[in-house]
Design a protein around this ligand. Sequence first.
Ligand code: BDR
Ligand code: CA
Length: 310
Amino acid sequence: SLPVILDVDTGVDDALALLFAVKHHAIDVRAITCVAGNASLAQVVDNTLRILDAADAPSIPVAAGAVRPLLATPRVASHVHGQDGLGGLVLPTTNRVAEPVSAVELLRRTLMESDEPVTLVALAPQTNLALLLRTHPEVVDRIERIVFMGGSASVGNATAVAEFNVWHDPEAAAIVLGSGIPTFMYGLDVFNQVTVDQDRAAALASGPSGLGAVAGALLSNRVALSEDRSLVYTGLIGDAGAICALVDPDALRIERRPVRVELAGYGRGQTVVDRRRFSGEDAIHGGVGDWTAIDVALDVDAPRYARLFL
Ligand code: BDR
Ligand code: CA
């Protein structure tokens, strides 16, 4: 099965992704690293350990990483994920504890000790990954691919143009994108499409399976503010879609496109995806800035991913 390391900011939908990843027979979760994002670092670590218990997961090393972005102001998303990051879902306490090493060290160790290259799956702001690449550049050859949930080729969520994970730490995302490691972007273009309907979530939440009950409760928490400021059910599986992409990439329309991360002005945190089929005036006049060609998911067979997740 596919060896992966998950970098998370658990987070309602990171929790869904963790449940799915540790239960999927084709995925071998070698380590989990935590970063501040949806919630504070301490909360993220606690949520992650509890979710592993809820999934009855084998012993998987977990480590705490960055407490805040490299340069950006820390801003947690408690309006989306609740004060506790799990939308109010109270899970039993756990005997699991985090490793006594930093996320960067756990990443380094796991990559260097693996007998085969490992896929890094980033479901959160990319602060830990950027610190890893700056601290231990020797790990680059040990990384099969970076698969990240983040960015957008169209609409944003944190701002009109920027997706939360990239917006939260744009400098980190720019470092990761510029690393030259093969990279796959599972952005809002596909993230926003994969949903489980409310009846199905409620049935899971009250059903016989303990694992289903946790997933159902988490899904029932997937709400967003609509334009009139009222709360609406979204049922998004969110970050869990990036795990679907690991095992069923054929459900996606993927294009290799030049991408850059904007660092200044209102566009800060935007991933600009060049979808032109011709070169424009910018190329004629010498081009602008740092572009990296990466694989971008532009469309998804959403019902297929919802079924896969369920
Ligand atoms: C991303 O930000 C967080 O709210 C979610 O967990 C997801 O990783 C969506 O923009
Ligand atoms: Ca996340």
